[in-house]
Write a protein that binds this ligand. Structure first.
Ligand code: HSE
Length: 424
């Protein structure tokens, strides 16, 4: 048997020359074996100094989209509406497309899958989830079966960077955020990082490849790190935990999927405990292989460019996602019918009604901050108005997804009643 490689030469039209775009340019300069070249770069601000020949740049998108010699569009801008126009027009012009735009992909994945099918061109976006970690292609190819039981991931580098700096190095939240911005990890609007929007966009993309689930990010419960307090860090430390922002998807016994992004207590035994700064980590639970851990830089110019480079390399062999779990016609569905073991932390006793909990396990009050640990139905959490209050935080316990919960009449329940007297 002989193995022959038929490779396509790539002429790239690049949109955006920010941290990632410039890194990609530099990397391609040093990777002649890829036989790819950037023909033109479309930018928004022509007056900015760029570290590349001026003849490369234009502000006219049509020069890229209408050039028949350009067969790949790489979209690395951060305006997701403009990115939507670029990507859909490029696919309609039968050009292959690579994008790192999480928001665009998460919010329009159904349309983008349709365009790939209609025009028969690939759309790759490994850089959109966890930058340097090849998680999408792994879910797409290796986990093209029913083995996947769950995903737990630190998928936002900026919030992980901030939590590391604040909790381990005692920096202030605003200084840590500024550093994340200066390093080029944060979104132009850092609220997208801080409030968990970026992480839930990534979760939404992972769900499509892991389980064939198309879930608009707005339909997935998520909070960020903005509500966490210094007292929460002390509470976590006393219990031997750290707090991380974790994106979670878990297949329940009936085949439906629990999915959310929430702060989580992480114990030293958990692989995610060691994930610090801008690093990302993804633990994949498989029914045969137990746990697998993927670790790598999740933000920044070169780590993101490395994923784009890998997509470019795959395009030379005409690789495209097949969305097989979706195509199989029997995708899993998202459910809210499960319980969570959580710690709710708040300032004012009246903020969180105790009857939101199925069961209260532990209660403490220190320095004007209350921490209540209990079991709560996920639907109750989704529908509660109190969870959005600025000084209420929700932190999930390790293995906090509780299935088949039935209230047991145990000693613990007597404890509940005692606590309730104080708590009500
Ligand atoms: N702002 C994102 C993050 C960039 O911090 O993870 C990479 O997607």
């Amino acid at each position: 048997m002989s193995i022959q490689h038929q490779t396509t030469k790539l002429n790239i039209g690049l949109f955006g020359f920010g941290v990632v775009g410039e890194s990609l340019y530099k990397v391609l300069e040093q990777t002649p074996t890829l036989h790819s070249q950037i023909s033109k770069v479309c930018i928004k601000h022509p007056d900015k100094h760029r570290n590349a020949p001026p003849s490369l740049f234009t502000t006219d998108a049509r020069l890229l989209l209408d050039d028949p010699e350009i067969n790949v569009i790489v979209e690395l801008i951060d305006d997701s509406d403009a990115a939507h126009t670029i990507v859909t027009q490029a696919l309609s012009s039968r050009k292959a497309v690579i994008s790192a735009n999480k928001k665009l992909i998460a919010e329009h994945i159904e349309e983008l899958i349709g365009l790939q099918k209609l025009y028969g061109v690939p759309f790759l976006y490994e850089a959109a989830c966890c930058a340097s970690i090849p998680v999408i292609r792994n879910l797409e190819e290796y986990y093209d079966n029913d083995l996947l039981q769950g995903i737990s991931g630190i998928v936002n580098g900026s919030t992980n960077y901030i939590l590391t700096k604040v909790f381990r190095e005692k920096k202030t939240f605003s200084n840590a955020l500024l550093e994340a911005q200066l390093e080029g990890f944060a979104e132009s609007n850092p609220a997208l990082d801080i409030e968990g929007t970026d992480a839930v966009n990534k979760l939404s993309i992972l769900l499509a490849h892991a389980y064939g689930v198309i879930a608009h990010p707005q339909c997935l419960l998520h909070t960020g790190i903005q509500q966490l307090s210094a007292e929460d860090a002390v509470f976590a430390k006393e219990k031997g935990y750290e707090i991380k922002l974790v994106a979670r998807a878990k297949k329940l016994q009936n085949g439906s999927i629990a999915a959310f992004v929430l702060p989580q207590f992480v114990s030293p035994e958990d692989q995610l405990y060691s994930v610090s700064n801008e690093y990302n980590g993804v633990v994949i639970e498989s029914s045969l292989a137990d746990k697998q851990f993927f670790y790598g830089k999740g933000a920044g110019g070169f780590p993101t460019a490395s994923a784009v480079l890998s997509d470019l390399s795959a395009l030379r062999y005409n690789y495209g996602y097949e969305y097989r779990k979706l195509a199989a016609g029997n995708p899993s569905a998202i459910t809210t019918d499960f319980h969570l073991k959580v710690c709710i932390s708040f300032k004012d006793l009246m903020q969180v009604p105790h009857d939101s909990f199925e069961r209260i396990i532990e209660w403490s009050s220190k320095e004007n901050r209350c921490h209540v640990t209990g079991i709560i139905h996920f639907t109750e959490l989704v529908n509660s108005s109190w969870r959005k209050a600025p000084d209420v935080s929700i932190i999930v316990y390790p293995d906090g997804i509780v299935t088949n919960y039935t209230a047991e009449k145990t000693g613990a329940e007597q404890l509940d009643n005692k606590i309730l007297l104080q708590f009500s």
